[in-house]
Design a binder for this molecule. Structure first.
Ligand SMILES: [Zn+2]
Length: 212
């Protein structure tokens, strides 16, 4: 190494280890990046350090965005920030449009759930849901088999919730009390109710005795 050289090699190495790029080191000494490369290429392990620095810089340049499937934060390079959607291959596969009917069912259900969670406090959305449920029930009533299954499911769900949710229990008892009061206030309906009850009792009794 000659003293004429502008490049102070030890300082250059120090800068390199600090994570500076060749261009930046060149600027420090007022020479080109190529000159620095030539000077440093004699040193053992120089390429490894350069690579390490490049990786580090790349990592620093990354931006954080949210995965569209699992909503977790993840890092991507800047140029992919607008394009990237999913944090992993797994999420990508899960978000893919489904093919079999079973997959479709699960996919739609998850999407509906997510949509519901997002909009559940929106008044207009609530109205829509109500209308949809009304229409759905109307349609169900034309098919007794389906209707029975629907009620069974509802019962099961209510049972589960009854044991786990005190708020629900309270509401349910209030509702039933109100319905009971309404029924008692209407003599025709009340009579019908009693008739049905007696009929059920009679059937039960007979079936226990073995008459039916
Ligand atoms: Zn994800």
């Amino acid at each position: 190494m000659t003293t004429k050289s502008k490049v102070h090699i030890e300082k250059a190495i120090l800068l390199l280890c600090e994570g500076k790029s060749l261009t930046e080191i060149g600027k420090e000494f007022g020479v080109t990046r190529e000159r620095i490369r030539q000077k440093l290429s004699w040193i053992d392990g120089y390429e490894a350090i350069i690579e390490h620095n490049a990786k580090k810089r790349k990592e620093e340049c990354k931006v954080e965005i949210f995965c569209q499937y699992c909503n977790r934060k993840f890092k991507v390079e800047k140029h992919r920030a607008m394009k990237a959607k999913f944090c992993s291959r797994e999420c990508l596969n899960k978000a893919k449009p489904p093919k079999t009917p079973e997959e479709k069912r699960i996919y739609n259900r998850n999407r509906t759930r997510k949509y519901y969670q997002k909009h559940k406090n929106d008044q207009r959305f609530k109205e829509k849901i109500k209308q949809y449920n009304r229409n759905y029930l109307q349609k169900l009533k034309t098919n007794p088999e389906k209707l029975r299954r629907y009620y069974d499911k509802q019962k099961e769900y209510a049972k589960k919730r009854y044991h786990s949710d005190p708020e629900f229990r309270k509401r349910l008892s209030e509702n039933s009390k109100r319905a009971w009061r309404k029924l008692k206030a209407d003599p025709i309906r009340y009579k019908k109710y009693l008739d049905r009850k007696n009929e059920r009792k009679r059937l039960n009794y007979n079936s226990k005795k073995g008459k039916i």
